[in-house]
Design a protein around this ligand. Structure first.
Ligand code: AMP
Length: 287
C-alpha cells in the first residue's frame, strides 16, 4: 500500500496507473475506520483495479461548536485496517495540502443550494458547503473513475451525487447500503462515545425506522403518521435520546413530504445521546 500525503506524489502514482489502463475507485473518509468503510473499500476493489482511500478530518464541515477537536483519530489502526482490506493508495493530506491559504483564505466554495439547507443543514449550517468543497478538491486530486459513498449519510450522498451532475465531474457515484451492528445500529465512528446505556438505547433509531418501513409496506402512506411511529418507538425505547429531527423527504429533492408519500422517499433522523449525535435513515422504495 502506498501512503501518500502530497498531491504531486498522488498525481504521479495515480497518473502512471491510469496510463497503464487501470481503473480507480475512491473512498473518501474521515478515518477511524469501521466495517461500513470497509464495505465501501471492498465494493471499490471488486469494481476497480486500484482503490484509493482518503483519510482527512475536514475542518470546514464542522461548525464552531461541533466536535472537530474530539472527532476520533487513529491513523495507526486505520493504516493497518486499510492495508489488510487491500487498499492500494492511502491518501492522507494535511490541512496545509487541502487548504493552502487556510480556511479563512479559501475564497471559492461549492454551495449545494437547497439540498444542503434542510435536515443536517438546518442543524449544522455550512456543513454541506464544507463537505462538497472538500470532496470536489479530493476528486480533482484523485481523479477516480468511481466514488463510493454510504447510504448512512443519505443527505450527503444526494448532495455529492448532485454536485457531480451539476458540475459535470467525470466520476460515477456509487451509494452503498448502510452496514449495521447485529441490533440494527448503523456503524459510525462516533458510536465509541456512547455509554453502555446510550448504546442500548441507540438501537431504537433503526427499530423506529423499521417500524415505519413496515407500516409503509402495509400501505401506510401518511408522512405525518410515519414520523409519529418513529417518534413513538424512540419515546418508548430511547427515552434518553434528544431528537434534532425526524423527516420524511423526497429521495431526490430532499424536500419534506406533506401528506401522502409518493415515489422514492427517505425517512431521516438525527438524535443526540448525551454529547454524541447519531444519524440514520431508511429508503421507502418507489412503487
Ligand atoms: P465518514 O468517515 O463518517 O465521513 O464516512 C466516510 C464514508 O463512509 C461516507 O460515505 C459514509 O456515508 C460511509 N459510511 C459511514 N458509516 C457507514 C455505514 N455504517 N455503512 C455504510 N457506509 C458508511
Amino acid at each position: 500500500m502506498h501512503e501518500i500525503e502530497q498531491t504531486d506524489e498522488l498525481a504521479s502514482v495515480v497518473g502512471s496507473a491510469r496510463c497503464a489502463g487501470l481503473s480507480h475507485g475512491f473512498v473518501p473518509t474521515m478515518g477511524c475506520l469501521h466495517a461500513g468503510h470497509l464495505k465501501l473499500i471492498d465494493t471499490s476493489r471488486k469494481e476497480n483495479d486500484v482503490t484509493v482511500l482518503s483519510v482527512y478530518v475536514n475542518p470546514s464541515q464542522f461548525g464552531p461548536s461541533e466536535d472537530l477537536g474530539r472527532y476520533p483519530r487513529d491513523i495507526v489502526r486505520d493504516r493497518a485496517l486499510a492495508e489488510s482490506a487491500g487498499v492500494d493508495i492511502l491518501f492522507r493530506p494535511s490541512d496545509a495540502v487541502m487548504y493552502p491559504d487556510g480556511l479563512q483564505g479559501q475564497s471559492v466554495w461549492v454551495d449545494p443550494g437547497d439540498l444542503g439547507t434542510g435536515m443536517e443543514g438546518e442543524f449544522r449550517p455550512g456543513h454541506f458547503r464544507g463537505v462538497a468543497t472538500v470532496v470536489a478538491k479530493l476528486l480533482e486530486m484523485v481523479r477516480p473513475d468511481r466514488m463510493y459513498l454510504g447510504q448512512k449519510d443519505a443527505q450527503q450522498a444526494v448532495v455529492l451525487s448532485r454536485m457531480v451532475r451539476d458540475l459535470a465531474l467525470a466520476v460515477t457515484v456509487r451509494v452503498i447500503p448502510t452496514v449495521r451492528e447485529p441490533d440494527g445500529l448503523a456503524l459510525s465512528s462516533r458510536n465509541i462515545y456512547l455509554s453502555t446505556e446510550e448504546r442500548l438505547e441507540a438501537a431504537a433509531l433503526n427499530r423506529g425506522l423499521e417500524e415505519a418501513e413496515h407500516q409503509y409496506a402495509n400501505g401506510g402512506r401518511d408522512a405525518g403518521h410515519l414520523t409519529q411511529i418513529v417518534r413513538e418507538v424512540l419515546a418508548r425505547d430511547a427515552p434518553g435520546g434528544r431528537i434534532d429531527y425526524i423527516a420524511v423527504v423526497d429521495a431526490k429533492t430532499l424536500k419534506p413530504v406533506v401528506g401522502e408519500v409518493q415515489g422514492a422517499t427517505l425517512i431521516c433522523l438525527a438524535v443526540w445521546f448525551g454529547s454524541t449525535r447519531l444519524i440514520d435513515n431508511v429508503s421507502l422504495a418507489a412503487e
